[in-house]
Design a protein around this ligand. Structure first.
Ligand SMILES: [Zn+2]
Length: 87
């Protein structure tokens, strides 16, 4: 039987993808927002595609702000873009 792979949705393009194709962004209980590379951090998470234009779009369209209902600083976008650029 094939193992069922859990899918997560990119908050920009709304496509469902496997976690390894996405970058997880988490807001923890202290309200700190950060890129969760382990994928295991506690808190409310949202996802962005690792490839393509979603990282840039997220900044323009404030998709992360809307998903997490919080302000996001430029530093977070810088670390997201770093991850995207590594691909
Ligand atoms: Zn996407």
């Amino acid at each position: 039987m094939a193992k069922k792979v859990p899918l997560r949705m990119c908050c920009v393009c709304r496509e469902q993808k496997v976690k390894k194709d996405l970058i997880r962004i988490v807001k923890n209980k202290d309200g700190k927002i950060f890129v969760d590379e382990s994928g295991k951090a506690d808190g409310r998470g949202t996802y962005i595609c690792r490839t393509g234009g979603c990282a840039g779009e997220a900044e323009k369209r404030r998709a992360i702000e809307r998903a997490l209902k919080s302000a996001v600083d430029a530093e977070l976008f810088a670390s997201i873009k770093e991850l995207v650029a590594q691909q």
